[in-house]
Design a protein around this ligand. Structure first.
Ligand SMILES: Nc1ncnc2c1ncn2[C@@H]1O[C@H](COP(=O)(O)OP(=O)(O)OP(=O)(O)O)[C@@H](O)[C@H]1O
Ligand SMILES: [Mg+2]
Length: 315
C-alpha cells in the first residue's frame, strides 16, 4: 500500500465520537513533521480542532494556518455549496442568486447526501488547488462525517455519473471518482474504539468501501485503547491472584483500589479480543492509539498521538 503521507486525499470516518477529529489532527501533525504541506478539511460544528493546535479562535470557513505545514478550514455544507457553485458558475452574483433562492435551497437540502457531497467536492478541489506553480497541498485530510453519512457521501460521485454522464457536474464527479478509486492517491481511514458498537460500524463501513465504493482502506485506527498496565507484570500477576489474596482484607480502601485495577485489566483484555477480531475480519494493519489521561487534548497530546503514525512505530 502507498504510504499514508504520500497520498493526496485521506477521508476519515468511523462511528460518531470515536475520535475522528483527534486522529485527523494527529495525522496532519505527523505528515507535516514528515515535510508535507497539509490541509485539514473539517466539517464539524464543534471546534476542537483549533484547541488541538493551541488556537483560541475556532477554525472558520476561511483557510487558516494552524502550525508550520498545517492549514485548516471548516467547511459547512452551505459554504462548500456556495464555493462549489462559484467554481462552476464562475460568478458571485449568479451563485448568490441561485443558492440564496429559498426554493433552490429547499431542493438542495432535500437531496440526501448532497450536503456531504459539497464538502467532499470542496475537499477534492483543495487537492487540485495551485499556488506558486505547484499544488498548494501535498495532502488533504478530510475529517469526514460518521460512517452512515460517509457511505452516502462517497456514493454520490458514482450516482451523478450514472444520472448525468455529461456536463460540468459530471466532469468534477469523474475527477473525484478517479481520485477516490486510485490507491496511490486516496484512502479511507476508519477510526474505531476497541468496543462492540464502533467495531461493528467499522466492519460495515470497510465492507461498503470494498464492495460498493471501490475505495482503498488505510490502516484501521483503534483510538483510545485503555492502558495495559493492569494486565502486565507485576500488577497483572497480582490482580490475577486477587480472589485468593487475604492481606488486603482488612483495608476496604485498598480492596476497592485493587478491584478497580482488576476491572481496568478486564476492560483491556476485552479491548484486546475486539482488536484481534477486527484484525482477523478486516485484514488491515492496525494503528492503536493510547487513551490519554485527559479528554481536553492540546498540541502536546496531538504531537504524542502523531508519533504512532510514524511507520516504524506502527505495530
Ligand atoms: N486517544 C484519546 N485519549 C483521550 N481522549 C481522547 C482520545 N481521542 C479522543 N479523545 C477525546 O474524545 C472526545 C471525542 O473525540 P473527537 O472529537 O476527536 O471525536 P469525533 O469522532 O471527531 O467526534 P464527533 O462525532 O463529535 O465529530 C474528545 O473529547 C477528545 O478529546
Ligand atoms: Mg469530529
Amino acid at each position: 500500500m502507498t504510504p499514508l503521507f504520500d497520498l493526496e486525499l485521506i477521508v476519515i470516518s468511523g462511528k460518531g465520537g470515536v475520535g475522528r477529529t483527534t486522529v485527523a489532527a494527529a495525522l496532519a501533525r505527523a505528515a507535516a513533521d514528515a515535510g508535507k504541506r497539509v490541509l485539514l478539511a473539517a466539517s464539524t460544528t464543534t471546534d476542537r480542532l483549533g484547541r488541538m493546535f493551541g488556537r483560541a479562535e475556532p477554525v472558520g470557513t476561511e483557510v487558516v494556518t494552524l502550525a508550520p505545514g498545517i492549514d485548516a478550514v471548516n467547511m459547512t455544507s452551505e459554504s462548500a455549496l456556495h464555493e462549489y457553485g462559484l467554481l462552476i458558475l464562475r460568478s458571485e452574483l449568479v451563485t448568490r442568486a441561485l443558492f440564496e433562492n429559498r426554493a433552490v435551497r429547499g431542493f438542495l437540502g432535500a437531496v440526501p447526501g448532497l450536503d456531504a457531497y459539497a464538502i467532499l467536492g470542496k475537499a477534492w478541489w483543495h487537492t487540485t488547488e495551485q499556488a506558486s506553480g505547484r499544488r498548494r497541498y501535498d495532502l488533504v485530510i478530510l475529517d469526514g462525517p460518521a460512517s452512515g453519512h460517509a457511505t452516502l457521501m462517497l456514493r454520490i460521485p458514482g450516482a451523478i455519473l450514472a444520472a448525468m454522464p455529461k456536463g460540468p457536474l459530471a466532469r468534477d464527479a469523474h475527477a473525484l471518482q478517479d481520485l477516490l478509486h486510485d490507491p496511490t492517491r486516496a484512502a479511507l481511514l476508519i477510526v474505531t474504539l476497541a468496543e462492540e458498537l464502533p467495531a461493528r460500524e467499522s466492519v460495515e463501513l470497510a465492507t461498503a468501501a470494498r464492495e460498493t465504493l471501490g475505495l482503498t482502506l488505510g490502516p484501521l485506527v483503534v483510538n483510545a485503547l485503555p492502558s495495559d498496565a493492569p494486565t502486565t507484570p507485576p500488577l497483572g500477576a497480582l490482580l490475577d491472584r486477587l480472589p485468593t489474596l487475604e492481606v488486603a482484607g482488612s483495608d476496604p480502601a485498598l480492596w476497592a483500589t485493587l478491584r478497580l485495577a482488576a476491572s481496568a485489566g478486564a476492560h483491556r483484555r476485552l479491548a484486546d479480543t475486539i482488536v484481534a477480531r477486527l484484525r482477523r475480519e478486516l485484514g488491515l494493519p492496525i494503528v492503536a492509539l493510547p487513551r490519554l489521561p485527559t479528554a481536553d487534548l492540546g498540541p502536546t497530546a496531538i504531537a504524542e498521538l502523531a508519533t504512532y503514525f510514524i511507520p516504524q512505530r506502527a505495530p
